[in-house]
Design a protein around this ligand. Sequence first.
Ligand SMILES: C[S@@+](CC[C@H](N)C(=O)[O-])C[C@H]1O[C@@H](n2cnc3c(N)ncnc32)[C@H](O)[C@@H]1O
Length: 353
Amino acid sequence: MLSAPTSPIGPAVEAGASMDELLLALRAAAETTRLRLLVLCARGELTVSELAQILGQSQPRVSRHLKLLCDAGLLDRFREGSWVFYRLSSGSAASALVRHLVTACGEADQTIALDLQRLAAIKRQRAEMAAAYFRENAARWHHIRSLYVDEREVEAALDQIIASAQPHDLLDIGTGTGRMLEILGPHAGHALGIDQSREMLAVARVNLERAGLANGSVRLGDMYQLPLSDASFDAIVIHQVLHYAERPADAIAEAARVLRPEGVLIVVDFAPHVLEFLRDEQAHRRLGFADGEVADWCRAAGLDPAPARHLPGDPLTVVIWTAYRRDPAADAQPRLRHTGRRRAAPTEEALLG
Ligand SMILES: C[S@@+](CC[C@H](N)C(=O)[O-])C[C@H]1O[C@@H](n2cnc3c(N)ncnc32)[C@H](O)[C@@H]1O
């Protein structure tokens, strides 16, 4: 694993809590409704209306309890458009304590057992809605997939790159249904997907849940303005997204901004092609990209491009472009990392195996 990461979406994880912080956290948790809320939020990201439905209490009442839990650092709150989600805190001083409390709250308790049954019903309902959306869009995705190389080949190549990078924090920009998170997330300490479509994120949440990817989550966001701190990810994937971009160079520059020194950016898209109908039928903005232009965008963003890998299909060729963020400290004093990865871009043999 790469060392000494800072949390990409919040304050750094603290080593321990002060007595005041612990007492605040214990007081906040020491109430029936709030303890039930903690147990529920430990099992996924939930909205106030879902929590109110499970608890059988009014939304204003549940909101008051949630605010108290957030103020005490036991829950994290994040907005996605008009929806607000709550999940167990991961970056506060009280995070470890709340995990112990939740683990101690077994299903032997009848109230907790009933809450969890209702939660399961809500998750089933979410899955059915997401599946309906996916069904409506699946036909057009299936058509375009038939135009290029077997996806398993692309996925195997990506798996190889990410497995050797061993990122602590992995970001998937334009995550869609979360497929990249599903296959690459297990190699990372933490995997986050960003997408501008709430419907896609609903499908992704169901897929991550089904895949049991406990370290994965998704957020609404725009690839041109990522809601993330500078230098907060070790590996970033942009898979089949760039051809929709009005400003692909800006999307790459924004990805480079959140990449840590020596981190890797992987862009997967099509080589230049002439399938004009993809513009009209699939809203493609760009008909593929030349290696040179992607390399130039990477260089302009402060990244060192590595040789591209081409996976020819009929009629579309998929290309995997990789680029590494320069480490100013390593430039001053050249050295090899413990991961075995080179400071500058690796050779094609090293990259492709
Ligand atoms: C063809 S899908 C690819 C999804 C996923 N990367 C995969 O390969 O399975 C393209 C995705 O890019 C997302 N997208 C397009 N423009 C975006 C933007 N400006 N910011 C964030 N996501 C965007 C779309 O919502 C869609 O989910």
